[in-house]
Design a protein around this ligand. Structure first.
Ligand code: DX5
Ligand code: ZN
Length: 218
């Protein structure tokens, strides 16, 4: 379905060659570039920060979709906005003031995303629907690529689609998306799919040919 955005996660790309990896997946039809920021505190892994986002920004012609798996969030919002993030997504579990965080993201000029861990009920979005441009349903526990899709989240996506109705809010799925699981979440109402291992598997910066087939298979 061409109306569904595909957002390759560079967490599964070659860390020494992000610029070329991004150009390769965009040439093969990627709609957004998903950037996983981890702090070793909110999640048990470390990746990169705003300086790296700024460095890759010139290589992104589409949309820089920044997923913040960090706590606290608010002190870093301006830095990620200044680095060129189009979408900044924060976790509802990252602190007591998600409403303030979403306000700050929009205030910094970015689109505001709200991410929900697998154990978090969908009802938390109830009083935030006028504050968000995207809701990210995590279909793995955040922290690592290549994990198994958690099937109980499909029902959460269905409930979220009913709550959102026709509002212009993306439902993004993150974790374990592949050609088997993608149709399940799209049928439930998702319209943006993050995919790391499913996009980058079988290829490399020097052999990016598989990326296109992988994207089209999702
Ligand atoms: C997980 C990250 C995901 C991850 C997805 O914490 O938020 O974006 O890169 O990787 P795959 O598609 O391999 O599950
Ligand atoms: Zn992510």
């Amino acid at each position: 379905d061409r109306s569904v955005k595909i957002a390759p996660s560079i967490l599964a790309a070659d860390f020494a060659n992000f610029g070329r990896e991004i150009e390769a997946v965009e040439a093969e039809g990627a709609d957004w570039i998903h950037v996983d920021v981890m702090d070793g505190h909110f999640v048990p892994n470390l990746t990169f920060g705003p300086a790296m986002c700024k460095a890759i920004r010139p290589h992104i012609k589409t949309v820089m979709d920044v997923h913040l798996m960090i706590s606290p969030v608010d002190p870093y919002i301006d830095a990620f906005a200044e680095a060129g993030a189009d979408i900044i997504t924060a976790h509802v579990e990252a602190g007591p003031h998600i409403h303030r965080t979403l306000q700050a993201i929009r205030g910094a000029g970015a689109k505001a995303g709200l991410a929900l861990n697998p154990g978090t009920p969908v009802e938390v979005v109830d009083y935030l629907l006028d504050m968000v441009d995207l809701v990210c349903v995590m279909t793995v526990n955040p922290g690592f690529g290549g994990q198994k899709f958690i099937h109980s989240q499909v029902e959460k996506v269905r409930k979220l689609r009913a709550m959102i109705g026709d509002r212009p809010i993306h439902i993004e799925i993150d974790g374990g998306v592949d050609p088997i699981t993608a149709p399940l979440v799209v049928a439930a109402g998702a319209d943006a799919l993050v995919a790391g291992s499913a996009v980058f598997k079988g290829g490399s910066v020097n052999n990016p040919a598989p990326y296109g087939d992988n994207i089209r298979a999702i």
